[in-house]
Design a protein around this ligand. Structure first.
Ligand code: CMP
Length: 236
Protein backbone atom coordinates (compact mmCIF):
# COMPACT_ATOMS: atom_id res chain seq x y z
CA UNK A 1 0.00 0.00 0.00
CA UNK A 2 1.37 3.44 -0.93
CA UNK A 3 1.25 5.88 1.98
CA UNK A 4 -0.59 9.18 1.65
CA UNK A 5 1.65 12.25 1.62
CA UNK A 6 0.45 13.30 5.12
CA UNK A 7 1.24 9.82 6.55
CA UNK A 8 4.64 9.84 4.88
CA UNK A 9 5.52 13.09 6.63
CA UNK A 10 4.39 11.66 9.98
CA UNK A 11 6.33 8.40 9.54
CA UNK A 12 9.42 10.31 8.32
CA UNK A 13 9.31 12.59 11.37
CA UNK A 14 9.21 9.65 13.78
CA UNK A 15 11.78 7.55 11.92
CA UNK A 16 14.23 10.36 12.50
CA UNK A 17 13.59 10.11 16.26
CA UNK A 18 14.00 6.35 16.56
CA UNK A 19 17.61 5.37 17.30
CA UNK A 20 17.56 2.51 14.77
CA UNK A 21 16.61 4.85 11.92
CA UNK A 22 18.03 8.14 13.14
CA UNK A 23 21.25 7.98 11.15
CA UNK A 24 19.69 7.14 7.80
CA UNK A 25 20.11 9.65 4.99
CA UNK A 26 17.01 11.58 3.90
CA UNK A 27 17.08 9.59 0.65
CA UNK A 28 17.05 6.25 2.51
CA UNK A 29 14.24 7.43 4.81
CA UNK A 30 12.26 8.43 1.74
CA UNK A 31 12.70 4.88 0.34
CA UNK A 32 11.98 2.99 3.56
CA UNK A 33 8.84 5.03 4.32
CA UNK A 34 7.04 3.23 1.50
CA UNK A 35 7.55 -0.11 3.27
CA UNK A 36 5.32 0.96 6.19
CA UNK A 37 1.56 0.63 6.53
CA UNK A 38 -0.58 2.71 8.89
CA UNK A 39 -2.85 1.04 11.48
CA UNK A 40 -5.19 2.66 14.00
CA UNK A 41 -6.48 1.20 17.29
CA UNK A 42 -9.07 2.53 19.71
CA UNK A 43 -8.32 2.98 23.44
CA UNK A 44 -8.64 -0.41 25.14
CA UNK A 45 -8.13 -2.47 21.97
CA UNK A 46 -5.49 -5.21 21.98
CA UNK A 47 -2.83 -4.81 19.28
CA UNK A 48 -1.65 -8.39 19.78
CA UNK A 49 -1.51 -11.01 22.53
CA UNK A 50 1.44 -12.72 24.16
CA UNK A 51 2.21 -15.97 22.21
CA UNK A 52 0.61 -14.61 18.98
CA UNK A 53 2.63 -15.62 15.95
CA UNK A 54 2.79 -12.25 14.16
CA UNK A 55 6.21 -10.71 13.46
CA UNK A 56 5.59 -7.09 12.38
CA UNK A 57 7.23 -4.16 14.14
CA UNK A 58 5.20 -1.14 15.26
CA UNK A 59 6.21 2.48 15.71
CA UNK A 60 3.84 4.65 17.73
CA UNK A 61 2.95 7.77 15.76
CA UNK A 62 0.18 8.90 18.10
CA UNK A 63 -1.29 7.59 21.36
CA UNK A 64 0.04 5.30 24.07
CA UNK A 65 0.25 1.54 24.69
CA UNK A 66 0.97 -0.71 27.62
CA UNK A 67 3.04 -3.88 27.37
CA UNK A 68 1.74 -6.55 29.72
CA UNK A 69 2.01 -10.14 30.89
CA UNK A 70 -1.15 -11.98 31.92
CA UNK A 71 -1.27 -14.81 34.44
CA UNK A 72 -3.59 -17.78 33.90
CA UNK A 73 -5.83 -16.31 36.63
CA UNK A 74 -6.12 -13.10 34.60
CA UNK A 75 -3.78 -10.98 36.78
CA UNK A 76 -1.96 -8.40 34.73
CA UNK A 77 1.65 -7.25 35.15
CA UNK A 78 2.57 -4.06 33.29
CA UNK A 79 6.11 -4.26 31.88
CA UNK A 80 6.13 -0.76 30.47
CA UNK A 81 4.14 2.07 28.89
CA UNK A 82 5.21 3.28 25.46
CA UNK A 83 4.61 6.68 23.86
CA UNK A 84 4.89 8.38 20.45
CA UNK A 85 8.30 7.67 18.88
CA UNK A 86 8.67 4.38 20.81
CA UNK A 87 8.53 1.04 18.97
CA UNK A 88 7.43 -2.46 19.92
CA UNK A 89 7.27 -5.91 18.34
CA UNK A 90 10.99 -5.93 17.56
CA UNK A 91 11.60 -9.17 19.50
CA UNK A 92 9.42 -11.41 17.29
CA UNK A 93 10.63 -9.46 14.30
CA UNK A 94 14.22 -10.35 15.13
CA UNK A 95 13.90 -14.02 16.11
CA UNK A 96 10.61 -14.99 14.41
CA UNK A 97 9.29 -16.50 17.71
CA UNK A 98 5.82 -15.76 19.18
CA UNK A 99 5.15 -12.46 20.94
CA UNK A 100 6.80 -12.20 24.36
CA UNK A 101 4.05 -9.96 25.80
CA UNK A 102 0.63 -8.49 25.00
CA UNK A 103 0.24 -4.91 23.82
CA UNK A 104 -2.93 -2.85 24.40
CA UNK A 105 -3.73 0.68 23.24
CA UNK A 106 -4.27 2.88 26.31
CA UNK A 107 -5.43 5.79 24.15
CA UNK A 108 -6.70 5.97 20.56
CA UNK A 109 -3.44 5.26 18.73
CA UNK A 110 -1.86 5.31 15.26
CA UNK A 111 1.03 3.01 14.38
CA UNK A 112 3.39 2.68 11.43
CA UNK A 113 3.89 -1.04 10.86
CA UNK A 114 6.83 -2.70 9.12
CA UNK A 115 6.81 -6.35 8.01
CA UNK A 116 9.63 -8.62 9.18
CA UNK A 117 11.06 -9.24 5.71
CA UNK A 118 11.10 -5.55 4.88
CA UNK A 119 12.92 -4.83 8.10
CA UNK A 120 15.49 -7.56 7.45
CA UNK A 121 16.04 -6.09 3.96
CA UNK A 122 16.54 -2.66 5.52
CA UNK A 123 19.15 -4.09 7.91
CA UNK A 124 21.01 -5.74 5.04
CA UNK A 125 21.16 -2.39 3.27
CA UNK A 126 22.03 -0.39 6.38
CA UNK A 127 23.72 -2.58 9.06
CA UNK A 128 23.85 0.57 11.18
CA UNK A 129 20.11 -0.02 11.85
CA UNK A 130 20.94 -3.31 13.60
CA UNK A 131 23.56 -1.71 15.83
CA UNK A 132 21.17 1.02 16.93
CA UNK A 133 18.39 -1.49 17.48
CA UNK A 134 20.77 -3.46 19.70
CA UNK A 135 21.35 -0.34 21.78
CA UNK A 136 17.59 0.05 22.29
CA UNK A 137 17.28 -3.62 23.21
CA UNK A 138 20.11 -3.34 25.71
CA UNK A 139 18.36 -0.35 27.30
CA UNK A 140 15.17 -2.45 27.62
CA UNK A 141 17.20 -5.28 29.14
CA UNK A 142 18.76 -2.87 31.64
CA UNK A 143 15.29 -1.63 32.61
CA UNK A 144 14.12 -5.23 33.01
CA UNK A 145 17.15 -6.03 35.19
CA UNK A 146 16.41 -3.00 37.36
CA UNK A 147 12.84 -4.18 37.72
CA UNK A 148 13.96 -7.68 38.69
CA UNK A 149 16.29 -6.14 41.25
CA UNK A 150 13.34 -4.27 42.76
CA UNK A 151 11.18 -7.39 42.85
CA UNK A 152 13.98 -9.41 44.42
CA UNK A 153 15.28 -6.95 46.99
CA UNK A 154 12.72 -4.24 47.73
CA UNK A 155 9.68 -4.50 49.98
CA UNK A 156 6.27 -3.45 48.61
CA UNK A 157 6.53 -0.11 50.42
CA UNK A 158 9.88 0.64 48.75
CA UNK A 159 8.64 -0.45 45.31
CA UNK A 160 5.64 1.82 45.72
CA UNK A 161 7.83 4.80 46.63
CA UNK A 162 10.05 4.03 43.65
CA UNK A 163 7.01 4.01 41.36
CA UNK A 164 5.89 7.36 42.83
CA UNK A 165 9.35 8.78 42.12
CA UNK A 166 9.07 7.70 38.48
CA UNK A 167 5.55 9.13 38.15
CA UNK A 168 6.70 12.43 39.67
CA UNK A 169 9.52 12.52 37.10
CA UNK A 170 7.13 11.76 34.22
CA UNK A 171 4.13 13.87 35.16
CA UNK A 172 4.42 15.33 38.67
CA UNK A 173 3.94 18.93 39.77
CA UNK A 174 5.68 20.33 42.85
CA UNK A 175 3.59 22.52 45.13
CA UNK A 176 4.97 25.50 47.05
CA UNK A 177 4.86 23.50 50.29
CA UNK A 178 7.20 20.89 48.74
CA UNK A 179 4.44 18.29 48.21
CA UNK A 180 4.10 16.60 44.82
CA UNK A 181 0.89 16.08 42.85
CA UNK A 182 0.40 13.10 40.54
CA UNK A 183 -2.67 11.58 38.90
CA UNK A 184 -4.45 9.17 41.23
CA UNK A 185 -4.34 5.46 40.30
CA UNK A 186 -6.46 2.62 41.63
CA UNK A 187 -4.76 0.17 43.96
CA UNK A 188 -5.18 -2.47 41.25
CA UNK A 189 -3.38 -0.29 38.66
CA UNK A 190 -0.52 0.28 41.10
CA UNK A 191 -0.33 -3.43 41.93
CA UNK A 192 -0.05 -4.29 38.21
CA UNK A 193 2.92 -1.98 37.84
CA UNK A 194 5.03 -3.15 40.75
CA UNK A 195 4.27 -6.86 40.90
CA UNK A 196 2.38 -6.83 44.22
CA UNK A 197 -1.13 -7.92 45.21
CA UNK A 198 -3.91 -5.32 45.33
CA UNK A 199 -4.44 -6.18 49.02
CA UNK A 200 -0.82 -5.42 49.91
CA UNK A 201 -0.98 -2.07 48.07
CA UNK A 202 -4.19 -1.15 49.92
CA UNK A 203 -2.52 -1.96 53.25
CA UNK A 204 0.60 0.11 52.51
CA UNK A 205 -1.39 3.08 51.16
CA UNK A 206 -3.68 3.04 54.18
CA UNK A 207 -0.62 3.23 56.44
CA UNK A 208 0.91 6.06 54.40
CA UNK A 209 -2.39 7.99 54.39
CA UNK A 210 -2.72 7.71 58.17
CA UNK A 211 0.90 8.90 58.53
CA UNK A 212 0.05 11.94 56.31
CA UNK A 213 2.64 10.89 53.75
CA UNK A 214 -0.05 10.53 51.07
CA UNK A 215 -3.25 12.55 50.78
CA UNK A 216 -5.93 11.48 48.33
CA UNK A 217 -7.22 14.70 46.84
CA UNK A 218 -10.00 14.27 44.25
CA UNK A 219 -8.36 12.62 41.26
CA UNK A 220 -4.86 13.39 42.55
CA UNK A 221 -2.41 11.91 45.01
CA UNK A 222 -0.55 14.51 47.05
CA UNK A 223 2.78 13.05 48.13
CA UNK A 224 4.87 14.32 51.03
CA UNK A 225 8.61 14.84 50.37
CA UNK A 226 9.14 12.84 53.59
CA UNK A 227 8.01 9.78 51.66
CA UNK A 228 11.29 9.82 49.75
CA UNK A 229 13.71 10.58 52.58
CA UNK A 230 14.76 7.05 53.47
CA UNK A 231 14.71 5.55 50.03
CA UNK A 232 16.88 7.94 48.00
CA UNK A 233 20.00 5.81 47.95
CA UNK A 234 17.96 2.78 46.83
CA UNK A 235 16.30 4.43 43.87
CA UNK A 236 18.59 7.05 42.31
P1 CMP B 1 7.55 -8.88 20.78
O1 CMP B 1 8.00 -10.02 21.64
O2 CMP B 1 7.62 -9.03 19.32
O3 CMP B 1 6.05 -8.51 21.19
C1 CMP B 1 5.85 -7.97 22.51
C2 CMP B 1 6.68 -6.73 22.61
O4 CMP B 1 6.65 -6.09 23.87
C3 CMP B 1 8.18 -7.10 22.45
O5 CMP B 1 8.39 -7.57 21.15
C4 CMP B 1 8.80 -5.80 22.85
O6 CMP B 1 8.65 -4.82 21.84
C5 CMP B 1 7.90 -5.41 24.02
N1 CMP B 1 8.49 -5.87 25.29
C6 CMP B 1 8.56 -7.15 25.75
N2 CMP B 1 9.17 -7.18 26.96
C7 CMP B 1 9.48 -5.90 27.25
C8 CMP B 1 10.12 -5.27 28.37
N3 CMP B 1 10.53 -5.98 29.43
N4 CMP B 1 10.29 -3.93 28.33
C9 CMP B 1 9.86 -3.21 27.26
N5 CMP B 1 9.22 -3.75 26.19
C10 CMP B 1 9.06 -5.07 26.19
Amino acid sequence: MILKEKDKLLVGKFLKEIPAFRNLSDKRVEQIINDFTIHTFRAGETVFYQTDKSTDMYIILEGKVKVTLLSEEGDEFVLTDLNPGDFFGEMSLIDGNPRSASVTAEEDSIFAVLERNRFLDAIKEDPEIAIDLLKSLVQRLRNATEREESLAFLAVHQRLVKLFKKLIKDEGKKKKNGFYLIKKRTHKEIAERIGASRESISKVIKRLVSGNLITENGDLFMLSPKLFEDIDELTD
